[in-house]
Write a protein that binds this ligand. Structure first.
Ligand SMILES: [Fe+2]
Ligand SMILES: [Fe+2]
Length: 329
């Protein structure tokens, strides 16, 4: 036991990856399962706000882009549920925890998408914030999670680009289109900053996650990085970020920004955001409507397993027969 623990600590210290078959402390496994599951849930619930606009995309090109993006999010959810399974979690159980409200997903997806500019702003800000959060996770200590994150991040950068490109197009359009973009930015800016989680002094698990190298930077560090990255992009776009206190601080070499309304984050996380009930209801209905697919897949798997066993039985019989004949000859 002491040996195993020493080996685990050594793996972390040497910046090597922890793999599914390795011994790991119970707390590490539980933290990893919770983080990966919440991440998976966020990808799947995250399909909804934009998914609602697929049928109302303004052109075939925009529709193809949006479809691809929303499908990518489904794929991200699937990689991540698989990564959670390598830790012994059961995907059906994780789904049950999501639809019964026992496990969380990112608070950002509880806000409504009121217009097509929201699709662009989600790509730019929400996927942009996700990239800030997830790029360091490519070096997370748990191997399957880190590897899933590499592919996910590549796709997230496509999401960010398509959002920004859509907004650029709208900003070059009519006055009404520019107003739509600005309105969407006004609504999504603060919730995007909340995506990084509570401030460091109210984030009790950060220290342990950093010691285990699950996390590489604190919430506040990542939030700052996102603000610094986004300000010049907003300028290039010609939109105003809705924060009168936002300004460059030459001493810190970073932007200062206004106070975040943490009571709003608390409220939305605890289930009282504008769309929480709707998001879970849609997810629950999708799960129920998919019951026949799961039943059919299980029946098919059983049948193939049976056919496989029978095939093996046939293979064994002639082989021993042959061997028998060999002996006689
Ligand atoms: Fe994603
Ligand atoms: Fe994305």
């Amino acid at each position: 036991m002491a040996d195993l623990e020493e080996h685990f600590n050594h793996t972390i210290e040497k910046d090597r990856r922890v793999e599914p078959r390795d011994w790991m402390p119970d707390g590490y496994r539980a933290t990893m399962v919770r983080q990966i599951a919440q991440h998976a849930h966020s990808e799947i619930i995250g399909m909804q706000p934009e998914g609602e606009w697929i049928t109302r995309a303004p052109s075939l090109r925009r529709k193809a882009i949006l479809l691809a993006k929303v499908q990518d999010e489904a794929g991200h959810g699937l990689y991540l549920y698989s990564a959670a399974e390598t830790l012994g979690a059961d995907r059906a159980e994780l789904t049950a925890m999501l639809i019964e409200g026992r496990q969380k997903y990112s608070s950002i997806f509880n806000y409504p998408t009121l217009g097509y500019a929201d699709v662009g702003v989600i790509g730019w800000l929400v996927d942009g914030a996700a990239i800030c959060n997830q790029v360091p996770l490519c070096r997370s200590s748990y191997g399957p999670y880190a590897r899933a994150m590499i592919r996910i991040c590549k796709e997230e950068s496509f999401h960010q680009r398509q959002g920004y490109e859509l907004l650029m197009t709208m900003m070059r359009g009519t006055e009404a289109q520019r107003a739509m973009v600005q309105d969407a930015v006004n609504r999504w800016w603060w919730p995007s900053l909340m995506m990084f989680g509570p401030p460091d002094d109210a984030s009790p698990n950060t220290a342990r996650s950093m010691a285990w190298k699950i996390k590489r930077h604190t919430n506040d560090e990542l939030r700052q990085r996102f603000v610094d990255m986004t300000v010049p992009q907003a300028e290039a776009l010609g939109v105003t970020l809705p924060d009168p206190d936002l300004r460059w601080n030459p001493e810190r070499g970073q932007h200062d920004f206004g106070a975040i309304d943490w009571s709003e984050l608390k409220r939305v996380i605890s289930g009282d955001g504008p769309c929480n009930a709707r998001r879970l209801a849609v997810r629950r209905a999708a799960h129920e409507n998919g019951a026949w697919v799961r039943e059919a897949a299980t029946a098919h798997a059983r049948k193939t397993a049976h056919a496989h066993e029978t095939a093996h039985a046939h293979e064994t019989a002639p082989a021993s027969e042959g061997a028998g004949r060999g002996v006689v000859a």
